[in-house]
Design a binder for this molecule. Structure first.
Ligand SMILES: *Cc1c(COP(=O)(O)O)cnc(C)c1O
Length: 388
């Protein structure tokens, strides 16, 4: 029965029964005239989740990583300069992808546990009088360290410098669970995947594209085929898809969007915030530190917990899995062994979170941590309790 336990990893996330059912449909004819009847409203409703009126949302059979690739290859030319900071495994991997595409990647190295360095970006953008920087790339929620960045602040830095760079955002572990405002924050490309906030099976890159990013495709010369934004956008205009769509994921996405919009995005965000507050209260009660350096950086979708000196965080994830059948995220890259992560995005409730906190607590007590059973659970209960 251990597979009945929720998973506490920041993707893939738990899938609600209604979404499993929605994905459990037979293949249907994507060239039939009525394919567009569901597809076009779906694309339109997705815009409400990205909070864009002017942009459009494109769906590719891929994962978030494919979304990164599409963002770069559709808007840039080999040798173009992009500005990006490295503050965790995911920002680091996006940098690697840019380098493999032959871009001139200007990397700002930051301490892991911090976010996008808005002031440093502002300085470099102001200094770039020739407009050599073609795009600024931001990982909104660095899943490896559980740190969120100030995307709106980066937009202001670009505007204050009177700079024309595109703003591209990895919103893979924030969209549909933390506040994200594509238009208000002036985001040109926003990327996520089906298996995180949308609570679905893996297999979709979901990409928001602004008119400015769409215009950039006209001059961008990096090779692209599968991820060509124009092929996709042109097909979408007439309610069609350029190749075989992942039909079951589309059915699931329709149901997921309905679920999210019925709850209301403000309520979805508030739920994630409350759950995260409870988990952070538990961490405090355990006397442990977060990887995130200050409260403005705290992620509401994942919590990264530093283990005390001399402890190996990998044993926490291992023992929790073996003894209790519960999955937590491990430390990635240079955080391996130093932290473990509780993922709490998507289909998550206060009560589910309490079970994760309890499992983490038993695990750490088993491993000889100086923690009292129940201390973290009680701290979270005080956050979640609603009274009469
Ligand atoms: C999960 C994740 C990715 C990678 O997405 P895939 O869907 O696994 O390709 C990228 N960025 C962030 C911030 C993520 O959390």
């Amino acid at each position: 029965m251990r597979h009945q336990n929720p998973i506490f990893i920041p993707g893939p996330t738990n899938t609600p029964d209604v979404l499993k059912a929605a994905m459990s449909v037979s293949n249907f004819d994507h060239r039939a005239a009525d394919f567009a009847d569901d597809y076009m409203p779906l694309l339109n409703d997705l815009k409400k989740i990205f909070k864009t009126d002017t942009g459009q949302v494109l769906l590719f059979s891929a994962t978030g990583t494919g979304g990164w690739e599409g963002a770069i290859s559709n808007t840039l030319c080999a040798g173009d300069k992009v500005l990006i900071a490295c503050y965790g495994m995911f920002s680091q991997r996006w940098i690697d992808l840019c380098q493999r595409f032959g871009l001139d990647v200007e990397v700002v190295d930051c301490e892991w546990g911090t976010g996008a360095p808005v002031e440093e970006f502002a300085r470099r953008l102001k200094a770039d009088q020739q407009g050599e920087i073609k795009a600024v790339l931001v990982t909104h929620n660095e899943t490896a360290t559980a740190v969120k960045s100030d995307v709106h602040g980066v937009r202001k830095a670009i505007d204050d410098a009177n700079h024309s760079a595109l703003l591209m955002v990895d919103a893979v572990s924030s969209l549909a669970s933390m506040d994200f405002q594509m238009d208000a924050w002036g985001v040109d490309v926003a990327i996520t995947g089906a298996q995180k906030g949308f609570m679905l099976n893996t297999g979709l890159a979901i990409v928001g594209v602004s008119p400015k990013a769409m215009a950039a495709t006209q001059t961008a010369t990096l090779p692209r085929c599968f991820f060509d934004f124009n092929d996709m956008a042109n097909a979408n205009k007439i309610g069609s898809y350029p190749y075989t769509p992942p039909l079951q994921l589309f059915s699931g996405l329709k149901a997921s969007v309905e679920l999210l919009l019925n709850e209301g995005m403000d309520n979805v965000n508030a739920r994630h915030h409350r759950i995260a507050q409870g988990i952070r209260a538990a961490v405090k009660a355990w006397g442990l530190e977060l990887c995130a350096k200050n409260p403005e950086l705290y992620s509401d979708t994942v919590t990264a917990i530093m283990v005390p000196e001399g402890k190996d965080a990998n044993l926490v994830t291992q023992h929790a899995y073996e003894a209790y059948g519960v999955s937590f995220g491990g430390g990635l890259g240079k955080m391996a062994g130093k932290l473990f992560r509780i993922g709490h995005l998507g289909a998550m409730t206060d009560v589910m979170a309490l079970s994760g906190i309890a499992a983490a607590e038993m695990t750490m007590v088993d491993l000889g941590y100086d923690i009292d059973l129940g201390s973290g659970v009680a701290a979270a209960q005080r956050v979640y309790q609603r009274g009469l």
